[in-house]
Design a protein. Structure first.
Length: 88
């Protein structure tokens, strides 16, 4: 529909039930695998933005915007292990 946003289309089409990343919340730690012309890549870090057409993940390399059209898979992940001096 001209003039409608992706979010409007998603609500009309029930996409909120279909797109799993829309259940994620900003601030959660996630990993998203996505495909570019040069192969598969992972974005691991804190979710900073969630939309119908993309997510943004704050990684060690900076914020990575992953377009929905390139997403292969993704999930919430636990916090990184904590370093304890004298152990390991």
């Amino acid at each position: 529909m001209p003039g409608s946003s992706p979010e409007d289309s998603a609500h009309r089409n029930g996409a909120r039930e279909v797109l799993p990343w829309l259940k994620w919340n900003e601030g959660e730690r996630v990993v998203v695998r996505y495909r570019l012309d040069d192969g598969l890549h992972d974005a691991l870090g804190t979710l900073t933005d969630v939309a119908v057409d993309h997510v943004s993940v704050d990684t060690r390399r900076g914020i990575i915007r992953v377009e929905a059209s390139t997403m292969v898979t993704g999930k919430r992940v636990p916090p990184p292990p904590q370093y304890v001096p004298g152990q390991g």
